[in-house]
Design a protein around this ligand. Structure first.
Ligand code: ADP
Ligand code: MG
Length: 234
C-alpha cells in the first residue's frame, strides 16, 4: 500500500494470525494463537479481558515493541516483520503512540520537555517541538503546568502529560495499557475524556486495555481475548 491517499480504506494497524508463546520452564505457554484485529482511523476500541489473558502482549505486538512468533503486523498497510530494526523503530516512533498504566515520564524533565523529547528524537527543530508541545499540553488542559516536573503533578495530570507525549508525533495509532488503572474514578474519567477527545480531533485509532466496563461502554467497539484469539463483544 503506497502513500497516504488510501489511508481511509486501510486499517491503521492490522494484526494477522498473530501467535505469541512464552517458555514456561520447558513447556511453551501460548498466549496469542491466531489473533486477528483491524484498527481503523478515528475508532476507539476497548480491549477487555481478565488479567493474564494477553492484553499487554497484544498491545506490545501491535505497537512493534515485541515481535510475534508468527503472523504479521501491518501498519498503514505495510507488513513490518521483514523490516530492518531501524526502519521498524522509525515506523513505531512516527505512527504509534503508547501510554502505560504508570506514566513513565522522565522525572528530571518538565512536562514540556517530556513532550518535546519524542519530537526532537525524530529530528524536529527545538523551536518547532516547543511550539507543538505547548499546543498539545494546552489542548489537554495543562497549559499552566508546562514547567512542572512529574513529581509536581497530580496522578491525572501526569497521565495527561504521558498522553501528550504519546501523540507528540501525531501517530496514526494510540495504544494504551490500562491507562486509568492507577487513578480514582473521577480522575480516570477525566483522563479517559482526554483520550476520547483526541480520537475525535485527530482521527487517531485507539486501542485501550481496560478493566473499567463503564469506560469500555463509552468506546466505539469492545473486543476480548479468548483462547489466544480476538473476539468481538456485544
Ligand atoms: P494481561 O496484560 O492480560 O494481564 P499479559 O500479556 O501481561 O496479560 O500476560 C499474558 C501471560 O503471559 C501471563 O500469563 C504472563 O505471565 C505471561 N507472560 C507475559 N510476558 C511474559 C514474558 N516476558 N515471559 C514469560 N511469560 C510472560
Ligand atoms: Mg497487562
Amino acid at each position: 500500500m503506497e502513500g497516504q491517499g488510501a489511508a481511509e480504506d486501510v486499517p491503521v494497524i492490522y494484526l494477522h494470525e498473530i501467535k505469541r508463546q512464552y517458555m514456561q520452564g520447558e513447556a511453551p505457554l501460548t498466549i496469542l494463537d491466531g489473533a486477528k484485529l483491524a484498527l481503523w482511523p478515528g475508532q476507539s476500541v476497548a480491549l477487555v479481558a481478565p488479567s493474564g489473558s494477553g492484553k499487554s502482549t497484544l498491545l506490545h505486538v501491535a505497537g512493534l515493541l515485541e515481535a510475534p512468533d508468527s503472523g504479521e503486523v501491518y501498519v498503514a498497510g505495510r507488513p513490518t516483520s521483514q523490516l530492518p530494526d531501524i526502519e521498524r523503530t522509525l515506523l513505531r516512533r512516527t505512527e504509534i503512540g503508547f501510554v502505560y498504566q504508570s506514566h513513565r515520564l522522565l522525572p528530571e524533565f518538565t512536562a514540556l520537555e517530556n513532550v518535546m523529547l519524542p519530537q526532537m528524537i525524530r529530528g524536529l527543530k527545538r523551536s518547532e517541538s516547543v511550539k507543538r508541545a505547548k499546543e498539545i499540553l494546552s489542548y489537554l488542559g495543562l497549559g499552566e503546568r508546562t514547567t512542572h516536573r512529574p513529581a509536581e503533578l497530580s496522578g491525572g495530570e501526569q497521565q495527561r502529560v504521558a498522553i501528550a507525549r504519546a501523540v507528540a508525533n501525531a501517530p496514526r495509532a494510540l495504544l494504551a495499557d490500562e491507562p486509568t488503572g492507577n487513578l480514582d474514578p473521577h480522575t480516570a474519567d477525566h483522563v479517559f475524556q482526554a483520550l476520547m477527545q483526541l480520537v475525535q480531533a485527530t482521527q487517531v485509532a485507539m486501542l485501550i486495555a481496560t478493566h473499567n466496563m463503564q469506560l469500555a461502554g463509552r468506546m466505539d467497539r469492545r473486543v476480548s481475548i479468548v483462547d489466544g484469539q480476538i473476539v468481538e463483544l456485544d
